[in-house]
Design a protein around this ligand. Structure first.
Ligand SMILES: [Zn+2]
Length: 211
């Protein structure tokens, strides 16, 4: 039975001195002067997801590898260490990121990644993916996975997916270095809706496979 929902928000945030704690590759300055900080966006979307999930805190233990109010760029080793404190058979992990396509900045859309091979992560990716697909269709936003073959996830070798013992997925919500995608990512209303749909996908997974 799933007891723990582990949330991971990629990279670091902005500290009290206004300094971004993460490598410059994880931010983007647009020609109009707007600056996108991936780690901040991940914390904002992930923080809202945590709020929705907290409504179920009597049933599920909501764990965060990174606190939304803490801008520290926690190492991947530490994030994995936190995740692996919990019984893998009783836990799932959702890692929130946004994507980049420098230098062109032309990349757009949503991707979801799982551990390599056929694992329990695939069902989690599918349940989140189908809900996001409906939402993004209405928003005229792209999905970067092929859902015709009934396999929504892309397989990658991210450390958080490779080394976490429980079913784990990594979401690249949109591209923070594309101005159209970034306008969505920074919009609190969009963040709220996106996190709500991720939450719905997680709940669908738990209803089907959580017991
Ligand atoms: Zn990232």
């Amino acid at each position: 039975m799933i007891k723990n929902i582990i949330l991971d928000f990629g990279h670091g945030g902005i500290d009290k001195n206004g300094k971004y704690t993460t490598a410059p590759a994880k931010m983007h300055t647009f020609s109009n002067g707007d600056v996108a900080y991936e780690g901040e966006i991940n914390r904002q979307i992930g923080g809202m997801l945590a709020l929705y999930l907290n409504a179920h805190r009597l049933r599920y233990n909501i764990v965060m590898t990174v606190n939304t109010y803490d801008p520290t760029d926690i190492s991947l080793d530490k994030r994995v260490e936190t995740a692996n404190k919990y019984d893998a058979n009783e836990s799932i992990l959702i890692s929130i990121h946004s994507n980049a396509s420098s230098p062109s900045g032309r990349g757009r859309g949503f991707e979801i990644f799982t551990t390599r091979g056929l694992t329990k992560s695939d069902q989690l990716a599918t349940e989140i993916g189908v809900v996001i697909r409906e939402f993004y269709k209405k928003q005229n936003l792209e999905l970067r996975f092929d859902f015709e073959d009934n396999d929504l996830d892309k397989e990658a070798n991210f450390q958080i997916l490779r080394q976490s013992n429980c079913p784990a997925v990594l979401l690249e919500c949109l591209f923070f270095d594309n101005l159209d995608d970034f306008k969505k990512l920074r919009d609190p209303e969009f963040q709220k809706e996106l996190s709500w749909h991720i939450y719905r996908g997680v709940m669908n997974y738990l209803a089907k496979y959580g017991d």
